[in-house]
Design a protein around this ligand. Structure first.
Ligand code: AMP
Length: 113
């Protein structure tokens, strides 16, 4: 997989406001937040997009989902947050390293744009 801004953040080659890290994943604040709380949660494994995940990634994806809830709780947003995965350019993906947007702190509209 080609190097991305997120692989450089994982390698600590560029700075980020990291809020959580373990062996499998890293979470940091979005540089252009679209909500009062806007965190990106990424696997350290370089998966380009969600649709490229393999059956062997099942537990990693589950880990991300569990950690998303824990990170939201640790941010004090209670149970109200939104998780977004943009898969592919026309769906809004601009960085091609799988990431979950954890957004909270304002009313969310539906459907999303
Ligand atoms: P997406 O459009 O779903 O691929 O989301 C990419 C997100 O990465 C956007 O919300 C950007 O604001 C965010 N982003 C890009 N560069 C950085 C960076 N260096 N640190 C933190 N967030 C970033």
């Amino acid at each position: 997989m080609a190097e991305t801004i997120f692989s450089k953040i994982i390698a600590k080659e560029i700075p980020a406001d990291i809020v959580y890290e373990d062996d499998l994943c890293l979470a940091f604040r979005d540089i252009a937040p679209q909500a009062p709380t806007h965190i990106l949660l990424i696997p350290k494994k370089p998966i380009v997009k969600l649709a490229d995940a393999e059956p062997e990634d099942q537990s990693l994806l589950g880990h991300l989902m569990v950690k998303a809830g824990e990170i939201a709780r640790s941010e004090g947003v209670g149970d109200a947050f939104r998780l977004i995965v943009n898969n592919g350019e026309s769906a809004g993906q601009s960085v091609f390293h799988l990431h979950l947007h954890i957004m909270a702190g304002r009313a969310m509209t539906w459907p999303p744009g």
